[in-house]
Design a protein around this ligand. Structure first.
Ligand code: CA
Ligand code: CA
Ligand code: CA
Ligand code: CA
Length: 298
């Protein structure tokens, strides 16, 4: 109890009395801390060498972190809770445990008795192919968060922004960066004005790159004619074609971003009835990325 009092004096920048009781205003900034998640759904952040936590618990069976859109939850400190805690040690293992650890212990706890929290969930899909999302002509986002007019150069059903082989020649876009400068958009072997990553016939010899795969292993980058040090698909003088009837497996990444914002009027109350106003503009963003593997139909 003595420790708690001392702590409170250190913590509180401004403490004054009014008719409703004591109000403390504290400049406690969690904005540099990552939002972490345990189970369904305990969001939490740690700061000050993990001796302070801010946690938001919304118990529900709904998959709230993958439902695109905005949801507002009522904080009542029984079902849904928002809590600021101070511990007497590192609390990094305090969460995500089936059993509450005995160490560290909670020195101070401040809860939100009433208020709201809004979670806005958006989905970002990208192929990490070296061409930025906005340069893959996604078009305009619709009300469902989708891009119905996105460009699909090879018409394999996967739009360019998430197609890691944009021209469907079985060479991933990132590997069509011939000069290796990290930018696949400035490489055009046959000089036809279409960069290799969008050019199904990279050397302009009339044989599509996908068929210049002599050993048929779905990788045209390892096929050389004897005596050549350049692959057939980049050499217009080599026009041997084989039958290829499938695409390589494609990979892209779906990232769900959950932007969590408490209501503007939220305040925290200690068990002694002291009200604490945190400088809490937002809780933060929790993100979760899923890797999708898909082989388009040829
Ligand atoms: Ca495509
Ligand atoms: Ca792409
Ligand atoms: Ca190509
Ligand atoms: Ca060719």
């Amino acid at each position: 109890m003595h420790m708690k009092k001392i702590f409170s004096l250190l913590l509180i920048t401004l403490l004054f009395s009014c008719d409703d009781g004591e109000i403390a205003v504290a400049d406690i900034d969690f904005s540099d801390s990552d939002v972490q998640l345990c189970g369904e759904y305990l969001f939490y952040k740690l700061r000050n060498s993990s001796t302070e936590s801010l946690s938001l618990y919304i118990p529900t069976n709904n998959n709230i972190i993958r439902e695109i859109g905005e949801s507002t939850y009522t904080i009542n400190n029984s079902t849904n809770s928002l809590v600021y805690r101070v511990y007497n040690g590192n609390a990094a293992n305090y969460f995500c445990n089936e059993f509450q650890p005995t160490d560290p212990t909670v020195v101070s706890e401040w809860v939100v008795l009433s208020g709201t929290v809004t979670i806005t969930t958006t989905l970002q899909e990208d192929d990490n192919d070296g061409v930025p999302f906005e340069n893959e002509q996604p078009g305009v986002i619709d009300e469902n968060g989708e891009y119905p007019d996105a460009l699909d150069t090879d018409e394999d059903g996967i739009p360019n922004y998430k197609d890691f082989d944009d021209d469907g020649d079985n060479i991933p876009t990132i590997d069509e960066d011939i000069d290796g400068d990290g930018d696949p958009t400035n490489d055009d072997t046959d000089g036809d004005g279409t960069p290799n990553y969008l050019d199904a016939d990279d050397d302009g010899d009339g044989v599509d790159t996908i068929y210049e795969d002599i050993n048929g292993n779905l990788d045209p980058t390892d096929d050389y004619e004897a005596g050549n040090d350049t692959q057939n698909y980049l050499l217009a003088s080599e026009t041997t074609a084989v039958s290829i009837t499938q695409y390589i497996e494609h990979t892209y990444y779906s990232t769900y971003l959950n932007y969590i914002v408490p209501g503007a009027d939220i305040s925290f109350t200690s068990d002694e009835g002291v009200e604490l106003r945190l400088d809490l503009v937002e809780f933060g963003t929790y993100s979760e990325t899923e890797t999708i593997e898909e082989t388009p139909e040829f």
